[in-house]
Design a protein around this ligand. Structure first.
Ligand code: MG
Ligand code: MG
Length: 282
């Protein structure tokens, strides 16, 4: 479908602007990670995030999506993505995937992480494995990005990482195929789409300046999903738990800059064997 097309690309100045939005998203997720505790509702998390983004000069860009009024998507346990913040009270041992976006001066950031309510100590071993395997798969996918490479190497790397994790853990993970990563820039969702699994087409060639959001969604059981009657919330069809990790990244000749990671991805990229390459004086 994309043949030997090339990805879109941003200028260095544009990527430096996108870092401001990305950093605000990363800091908002870090705030929620510090604050989440049993007894809070998902709407409490949403209010914290909206206040943080607006008080730092950003706009919650999920609110720019027609029909959506919140700052976050909060997906609990068997919910995969697009859960709507509300009156649900979080309990010890719940797993909550938080997807967050912000626009700053017309540029967008988008990231997600899965948190364990009550911390890792309170979580089941299976949930810890699921979350860690998904986060590792995200970093493997990011590390597969390089100028001149084909974009869909990302999905191959995500899939290979999860296959390896499955062999290590003695459990086969499910990769959700109904939702994918995407380009990002002036708007949160731009072409091209980026599958989280290997596909026959290897995708467009990555140009220097490409900015994308990589976001594996992984289930403990079947990767099949369905949408609830609220027309947003996506759950696993078999009721098994799911995790979702996402980062916005910029790819240049020198390497990668993970715009939604507070440290720009420096530590995790090194661990994944990729070059960390911030722009400007960041
Ligand atoms: Mg997102
Ligand atoms: Mg996204």
């Amino acid at each position: 479908m994309f043949g030997r097309k090339q990805t879109p690309a941003k200028t260095s100045d544009q990527i430096i602007l996108m870092r401001r939005a990305g950093l605000l998203v990363g800091e908002t997720l870090a705030l929620l990670q510090r604050e989440v505790r049993p007894g809070m509702t998902t709407l409490d998390l949403d209010a914290l995030a909206e206040d943080h983004i607006r008080s730092h000069g950003g706009v919650p860009n999920f609110q720019l999506v027609p029909g959506y009024a919140h700052t976050l998507c909060t997906s609990v346990n068997e919910e995969i993505v697009h859960g709507i913040p509300g009156s649900r009270v979080l309990d010890v041992g719940d797993l909550v995937s938080i997807d967050c976006g912000a626009e700053v001066e017309g540029w967008n950031g988008d990231a997600a992480c899965t948190l364990l309510v009550g911390g890792r100590e309170a979580a089941s071993r299976d949930d810890v494995r699921l979350i860690d395997a998904t986060e590792d798969a995200l970093w493997a996918g990011l590390a597969a990005l390089a100028v001149g490479e084909r974009l869909y190497a990302v999905g191959e790397a995500v899939e290979a990482s999860l296959t390896a994790a499955g062999e290590r853990d003695g459990h086969a993970y499910g990769i959700v195929e109904d939702y994918v990563g995407h380009g990002i820039g002036r708007t949160m969702h731009e072409d091209p789409q980026i599958p989280n699994y290997g596909v026959r087409d290897r995708g467009p060639v990555v140009r220097s300046g490409f900015t994308g959001a990589i976001e594996p969604m992984v289930t403990w059981g079947s990767p099949d999903s369905r949408v609830l009657a609220d027309e947003w919330t996506v759950v696993t069809s078999d009721g098994s738990r799911a995790a979702h990790w996402e980062h916005t990244v910029a790819v240049t000749e020198a390497g990668l800059w993970v715009l939604t990671a507070i440290d720009g991805g420096q530590e995790e990229l090194a661990a994944a064997g990729a070059e960390y390459a911030p722009l400007g004086h960041a």
